[in-house]
Design a protein around this ligand. Structure first.
Ligand code: ADP
Length: 179
């Protein structure tokens, strides 16, 4: 098998940004409707039509962030916006939810970190989603950050490089041949 303990390989393929956005719409629109909040997707003209990168990991990170955005929002809306910036693709996931206190903005990316016990009881969850999202984003050469106003909402920003170092890349087709 191509997967070895302690080793992480990047997969890279060309895929349309639209397909990822359509998947996110199908997945999250019903959840937003159930909570009676808005769900918006915006793709700026600066965003590339085709992404060359690790489709599965990119999708997983966006899925984690949107799940949180909807979970922690009881009124208003959740939005994901994509745009191209210099050498990277940028996603902003914005919600009008409960927000995050300033002194927790860093720790929430740690394993099992939740803003408080009350929150975890009310909202559920493992406290792992953001730690995994941060790790995955960094492994694909990107970065993740957050700004928030308690009681007003949060914006998580993910930046993903548009070109990965060639030696890091394993084409998915190769893995399929080997298994
Ligand atoms: P969980 O399984 O608890 O959602 P995460 O690692 O995904 O774990 O998030 C860690 C904590 O960060 C959450 O428990 C919550 O306190 C806070 N958090 C994450 N996303 C948001 C958000 N969009 N709005 C408010 N708080 C958030």
């Amino acid at each position: 098998s191509k997967i070895e303990a302690g080793r992480f390989e990047l997969f890279s393929e060309d895929f349309p940004l639209d397909e990822v956005m359509a998947y996110l719409r199908r997945t999250f629109m019903p959840l937003a409707e159930r909570k009676n909040i808005g769900f918006d997707i915006e793709v700026d003209t600066t965003a590339p039509e085709t992404i060359h990168g690790d489709r599965q990991r990119i999708t997983q990170v966006l899925t984690n962030l949107l799940s949180n955005a909807i979970k922690f929002t009881d009124s208003g809306q959740v939005k994901i916006a994509a745009r191209g910036e210099a050498d990277h693709l940028r996603f902003d996931i914005t919600d009008t939810g409960i927000g995050i206190p300033d002194d927790k903005l860093e720790s929430i990316f740690g394993v099992f970190q939740q803003v408080d016990g009350g929150t975890s009881r009310k909202y559920g969850g493992s406290g792992l989603g953001l730690a995994i999202s941060k790790r995955l984003t960094e492994l694909i050469g990107g970065s993740i950050g957050v700004i928030s106003a308690p009681g007003r909402g949060s914006t998580f920003t993910v930046k993903i490089p548009l070109a990965l170092a060639a030696e890091q890349i394993v084409k998915p087709a190769k893995v399929i041949e080997k298994s």
